[in-house]
Design a protein around this ligand. Structure first.
Ligand SMILES: Cc1cc2nc3c(=O)[nH]c(=O)nc-3n(C[C@H](O)[C@H](O)[C@H](O)COP(=O)(O)OP(=O)(O)OC[C@H]3O[C@@H](n4cnc5c(N)ncnc54)[C@H](O)[C@@H]3O)c2cc1C
Length: 544
């Protein structure tokens, strides 16, 4: 038996907002395949509550949006990217509307929300707090009608087909255990972030970062992996975390311990509305001290809660809880991964034929801290741009001969895969060690870090790695666990290197920002470390 083989000029991996926007744009000009792990419900996009940021009114402007984004970023944003995305934000909203998205409005005016650290009301929403669900469904309906676009659900990425710095497609396994080879001229990686690598996470459980680990091992450059945003308020039950939007605190929700004390009272002048990282760290410290922390919104009327937070109400009802009357037990949770595959403002990576976009990537837009509702914007805006880049690259037809050689090398390597490995071992659900890795990441690489804990975490991951046995190097190279372990180790190394507290990266042993760390870190598994700030790029070995 041989893998099923297909050829598409453009291959998009992942069907969140970034992948769907890229695929819809590319397919306007060229045949495109959209290959993804689950259906559209299996993405972080689907879970998004608050909304999408854009300066769309006369009392706002892209330059104010730009300034707010830079202010939040703790000095590490790439100014060019911030300018480009905030300027394109209003036209991105128009493009989403053309893709069928309908934003909440009244009397022909958008109903705009305001979120922490935005100086203006500029958050567009759909269906109250169900923005992601509405966006996903609308775009999916549109792309289903597109002739040039074929969607393949239930496919997990096994390998990016990269050799000699050229990508010629991807190897996947579907839910029936069948292996597929997708050969392409351009591959767009849009597989989302890695926050589910932590025990407490608001993310879709698939967001383990397997594709980023795979990219690292294939020589794709990654940046900013130490920056993981922890959201302060998630409700945890049955080992699953459900996000409770910041907007609940925006409407007056209070954070209290079991003795009814307000835990933010003496911590920050803005109390419950202090920056996310400060609120998350305060809740985390209280829980570590053995206290329970609750979100108390019982001053709100039942009617208001149902109207304003329909999604959260529905979720809590399943656990017999009511936001309007009950105190909701909460925990911080890993929420957004700022780091990922290094890209420029067109989605280009260091590998020819490989583009990346959305939460899987690190464009420099968010710097060291993400402004709320800027990630859907980045995914949509750069998704559309990256779709165009794919069309342009496809036309150039560079490296034709080398690509032919790489394709035949890959066919030789994977055509006999069924006889070389037990296919069941390539499935993520066969990996028992994942829960242990998630616990290690939460305990040692989580909300508040220090050198000793990070080193302990690294040792614990190494121990898991040492105990693992694979029947062959071939299986080891393909196993999702190899990729998860690689990513966990690289995140830990990024975090160890940054001996300061900046943005969402909090170090107990280095509690302040340090000027000498005003640069972004980039790692290439084959070449080493690259540090770059806005004026300077230098390749060097880590000196830490
Ligand atoms: C609960 C929650 C609420 C949020 N609220 C907001 C908000 O209000 N505003 C905002 O701006 N941001 C919000 N965010 C963040 C935002 O939703 C994400 O950053 C954004 O949706 C990421 O889009 P994406 O397309 O890059 O990735 P995703 O939407 O995560 O999509 C990734 C895709 O890749 C596929 N995939 C993953 N692994 C594999 C694999 N191994 N093989 C093949 N396919 C794979 C998945 O199935 C999925 O289709 C929220 C996030 C969460 C978790």
């Amino acid at each position: 038996m041989k893998p099923i083989i297909r050829h598409f000029p453009v291959l998009v991996l992942g069907s969140g907002i970034a992948g769907m926007c890229a695929a819809s744009e590319a397919s306007k000009k060229i045949e495109t395949a959209l290959v993804t792990k689950q259906d559209i419900t299996g993405s972080n996009t689907y879970l998004a509550q608050g909304g999408i940021a854009a300066a769309v009114t006369s009392f706002d402007s892209p330059s104010l949006h730009q300034q707010d984004t830079l202010n939040a970023s703790s000095g590490l944003s790439d100014i060019d990217i911030v300018k480009s995305i905030t300027e394109k934000a209003p036209e991105t909203i128009t493009s989403l509307q053309e893709l069928g998205v309908s934003f909440d409005s009244k009397n022909n005016e958008y109903q705009l929300g305001r979120e922490g650290a935005h100086s203006k009301r500029r958050i567009l929403k759909c269906g109250g707090d169900r923005t992601g669900k509405f966006i996903s469904k609308s775009i999916q309906n549109k792309i289903n009608e597109t002739d040039n676009l074929t969607t393949f659900y239930s496919h997990s990425l096994l390998k990016l087909l990269i050799k000699s710095n050229i990508c010629v497609g991807a190897l996947t396994i579907d839910d029936n255990g069948l292996i597929h080879i997708f050969f392409s001229e351009v591959t767009i990686l849009a597989t989302g972030g890695y926050s589910a690598l932590f025990e407490n996470s608001s993310n879709n459980e698939q967001a383990l970062g397997v594709p980023i680990g795979e990219a690292i091992l294939s020589g794709v450059q990654v940046s900013d992996l130490e920056f993981i945003q922890f959201h302060p308020t998630a409700f945890k039950s049955d080992n699953k975390c459900y996000l409770i939007s910041e907007a609940v605190r925006g409407e007056g929700g209070l954070l209290k311990d079991q003795y009814n004390n307000r835990i933010m009272e003496h911590v920050h002048p803005m109390k419950e509305l202090a920056p996310r990282d400060i609120v998350a760290a305060t809740i985390y410290k209280n829980i570590k001290l053995g206290r329970r922390v609750y979100l108390d919104a019982s001053h709100m009327s039942s009617g208001f809660v149902k109207d304003r937070f329909p999604g959260i109400t529905e979720m809590l009802e399943k656990y017999n809880l009511d936001l309007a009357t009950d105190k909701i037990p909460i925990t911080p949770s890993a929420h957004y991964s700022i780091g990922g595959v290094s890209i420029n403002k067109e989605g280009v990576t260091n590998i020819h034929g490989l583009l990346a976009v959305g939460e899987v990537s690190a464009s420099g837009f968010h710097g060291a801290n993400r402004l709320a509702s800027n990630s859907l914007l980045e995914g949509a805006c750069l998704g559309l741009v990256t779709g165009k880049t794919a069309v342009r690259i496809n036309k150039t037809n560079y490296f034709k001969k080398i690509k032919t050689n790489v394709r035949s090398y890959m066919w030789d390597k994977y055509s006999n895969i069924y006889s070389k490995v037990n296919i069941n071992e390539l499935r993520l659900d066969s990996c028992n060690d994942i829960n242990e890795i998630q616990k290690i990441m939460w305990d040692f690489v989580g909300v508040i870090r220090d050198e000793e804990k990070l080193k302990q975490g690294n040792r614990a991951i190494n121990e898991i790695e040492t105990k693992l046995t694979f029947q062959s190097d071939y299986l080891k190279e393909l196993s999702p666990l190899t990729k998860i372990i690689t990513l966990a180790k690289v995140i830990t190394k990024f975090s160890l290197n940054r001996k300061e507290t900046r943005g969402v990266h909090r170090r107990k042993d280095y509690p302040n920002k340090r000027k000498k760390y005003l640069y972004r870190q980039t790692y290439n598994h084959k070449k080493g470390w690259l540090y770059h700030d806005n004026d300077l790029q230098r390749l060097a070995r880590s000196d830490n």
